[in-house]
Design a protein. Structure first.
Length: 326
């Protein structure tokens, strides 16, 4: 019996040491670099949010946070890379509102449920922009021309097929009694490539957020015609709402969130969530977003997940009406 008790004591000791070691390993998180996956191209709004957050989290967590742009498949490639990574806290990503659209299109089986949504950190309304050499000086003039010309005469861009800005344009056209494909959509890897294509004459309009076009607007290479917000934006006070410009009630805003693969350990999730909230509330982040005309929005954990879930249902309904859902 004494030997059995001795063996039992040793086993308990070994188990205790192992548990302590595991606990210590988790409490040491993070002890190596973290990657931040951005599912859209460099230079766009999602890339900007990802890079500023990576910089601030690097300060908070004390390890490098490296941004990796994983583009393609209308956002599927990057979002899949986040969802399929090990849920150990060393892979984060900027999940965009397209996660509520891709599966409706039949592009992927991924949904928001494949992620741990740590926080929504940004929200921006859509807008209507044309190049500076466009003949259209107002949204009213542009809309009249779109209605007057045969379907497909005008082309728009700014995200992938069936992406948020495509849905934004389709929703606006539907609100004006037009077919959602009256303007042909030219897929791109994000707002920045879409705007570049517009300036080069490849497309006629871009319905992305005005914040994403700010550099080109300031350089007088892009003309903003309207915002899809309920009220004028503080950064663009001279740009009318669609309601003011053409009497349309159509509004649309997009969010961006910091996420991880589903299944994060509770202690890792807690540490990351605390760091993200501190980064969001920092003067550096608030100033960065304000200076660039990006909107800020905070929702964490369960609230963020609820918002994403509700939008999933809403966009599914819109996409079915626009013929963009399978």
């Amino acid at each position: 019996m004494s030997k059995l008790r001795s063996f039992a004591s040793v086993a308990i000791l070994i188990a205790s040491v192992a548990a302590s070691s595991a606990s210590l390993a988790q409490s040491d998180f993070p002890d190596r670099p973290i990657q931040m996956i951005v599912p859209w191209g460099a230079g766009g709004g999602t890339d900007a949010v990802g890079r500023v957050f990576a910089s601030l989290l690097q300060q908070e967590l004390g390890v490098p946070v490296n941004v990796i742009n994983r583009t393609g498949g209308s956002g599927v490639v990057g979002h899949s890379a986040i969802a399929n990574a090990e849920p150990d806290g060393y892979t984060l990503g900027i999940m965009t509102i397209e996660i509520d659209m891709m599966h409706w299109q039949g592009l992927t089986d991924l949904t928001y449920e494949d992620f741990d949504i740590l926080a929504i950190v940004n929200s921006d309304p859509g807008g209507i922009m044309v190049s500076a050499d466009s003949p259209y000086q107002s949204a009213e003039e542009l809309l009249a021309a779109i209605k007057a010309e045969p379907a497909g005469t005008f082309k728009g861009s700014g995200t992938g097929q069936g992406g948020i800005w495509h849905v934004g344009l389709a929703g606006w056209l539907l609100s004006e009694g037009q077919a959602p494909d009256q303007v042909t959509w030219v897929p791109s890897q994000g707002a920045a490539p879409g705007i570049t294509d517009m300036v080069a004459g490849g497309v006629d309009l871009v319905p992305t957020s005005l914040a994403e076009g700010r550099a080109m607007i300031d350089a007088e290479r892009v003309r903003p015609l309207a915002t899809m917000s309920a009220e004028r934006q503080a950064m663009f006070p001279d740009v009318p709402t669609l309601q003011e410009a053409v009497g349309s009630d159509w509004t649309l805003s997009v969010w961006r969130s910091v996420v991880a693969p589903d299944g994060l350990p509770d202690d890792v999730s807690a540490k990351l969530s605390a760091a993200i909230e501190k980064a969001y509330n920092s003067e550096d982040y608030q100033s960065f977003m304000k200076d660039r005309g990006f909107g800020v929005r905070w929702a964490a954990g369960e609230e963020a997940t609820r918002i994403v879930a509700e939008d999933d249902v809403t966009f599914g309904e819109i996409m079915k009406k626009a013929g963009l859902a399978q």
